[in-house]
Design a protein around this ligand. Structure first.
Ligand code: FMN
Length: 336
């Protein structure tokens, strides 16, 4: 993923041309070779310089302060409203009951690997189309004990038994993400949740600080001790998860010249911490009003939860007795 650290919106044509230029230039370079260990944190200098030069999407594109000044203030006191669901009377087999409105437009097919498909378009498409994404705010340390704190939205909880998480680290010019390097070195982290009131501080930690510089200082967030791992927890977060690395998948076959390795890391929780007063008595449910989660959207946008609705889940055995369609499907089941 190329993370757009720009403020404001990069004109589409401009970003398109920049990336096309990047691809043309890097494709003409000699193939990039990793050192004997794929743990090499840094790409060869010459290639990196070219990649960096062409990684121009990371640039200032406007006066964001001016743009934001025209927007309404963030409503800190906004209550989370609970409404009905979109189609409360929905029935089995009904699809989207909108009289076919959502079926009118055709889909446009895209090959993400097409030679004329700029990688930035895949990035922009994915982060705008797979949204909102939770932000995993990772605290790590390297083998010398140097601290790191950074946000990742290629992130998700993927199971509860055992409690497992996944984080995706994108390729960038030069060195791998420091968090990834630390996870590989020490195999420990704390995953911290991000609430609305933390977002400016969290966003600031995404700065490309030199290796060894602690984003704890950059953000001004506070450390709390962990029990099962060395990295600290973020005191401001409602929920902290201490965790250990279970597996790493490096995408060595997809590395561009001068760019770092992309990788995905699987993390298993070793301890939970929930802020007192934010959950029920047995710490099995966190109150949404207290968590106030944010989600990352496309571009440089974030979303908040201001409205929810509920849909109970059903069981086949009960429903099949009450519903004609399910009864028909049940009767026709060839595996019965
Ligand atoms: C909300 C948010 C989500 C991000 N998600 C990711 C992600 O999933 N993967 C990634 O490689 N970078 C992501 N980034 C960019 C990294 O945070 C950024 O590259 C950071 O400098 C990495 O820090 P590190 O090198 O100290 O690990 C994200 C940035 C923000 C602000």
């Amino acid at each position: 993923m190329i993370y757009v650290k720009t403020i404001g919106r990069l004109p589409f044509r401009q970003s398109h041309n920049l990336i096309r230029e990047y691809r043309v230039q890097t494709q003409s370079l000699k193939p990039f070779r990793m050192s004997s260990s794929t743990s090499a944190a840094t790409a060869p200098e010459g290639d990196t310089a070219v990649a960096q030069k062409n990684y121009k999407i990371v640039q200032d594109v406007g006066n964001f302060a001016e743009t934001e000044a025209k927007r309404p203030d963030f409503d800190q006191a906004k209550l989370i409203e609970v409404t009905k669901s979109p189609y409360p009377n929905w029935k089995y087999g009904e699809g989207v009951p909108d009289n076919g409105a959502s079926l009118v437009q055709k889909h446009h097919e895209i090959d993400p690997y097409a030679p004329d498909r700029p990688m930035i378009n895949n990035y922009r498409l994915l982060v705008s189309g797979i949204a909102p994404r939770p932000v995993g705010f990772l605290s790590t340390i390297n083998s010398e004990g140097q601290k790191n704190l950074s946000p990742f939205s290629y992130f998700q909880v993927i199971d509860h038994d055992p409690p497992m998480f996944i984080v995706g680290f994108s390729s960038r010019p030069g060195r791998v993400k420091d968090t990834y390097r630390n996870l590989k070195e020490t195999r420990e982290c704390v995953i911290n949740t991000v609430s609305e009131n933390m977002i400016e501080a969290v966003n600031a930690t995404a700065i490309d600080a030199p290796y060894g510089v602690s984003e704890w200082e950059v953000s001004g967030l506070h450390e709390a001790p962990s029990t099962t791992v060395k990295p600290s927890r973020v005191k401001e977060s409602v929920f902290n998860i201490e965790g250990k690395v279970i597996d790493i998948k490096e995408f060595t076959d997809h590395q561009a010249p001068g760019m770092s390795l992309a990788a995905t890391v699987l993390i298993k929780a070793t301890r939970f911490w929930v802020k007192e007063g934010t959950a029920d008595a047995d710490y099995s449910h966190i109150d949404l009003d207290k968590l106030r989660p944010i989600g990352q959207l496309g571009g440089v946008s974030y979303g908040r939860v201001t409205s929810t609705f509920e849909r109970p889940r059903s069981k086949w055995d009960g429903e099949v007795l009450k519903n004609e369609l399910l009864a028909k499907l049940d009767a026709a089941n060839p595996n019965k």
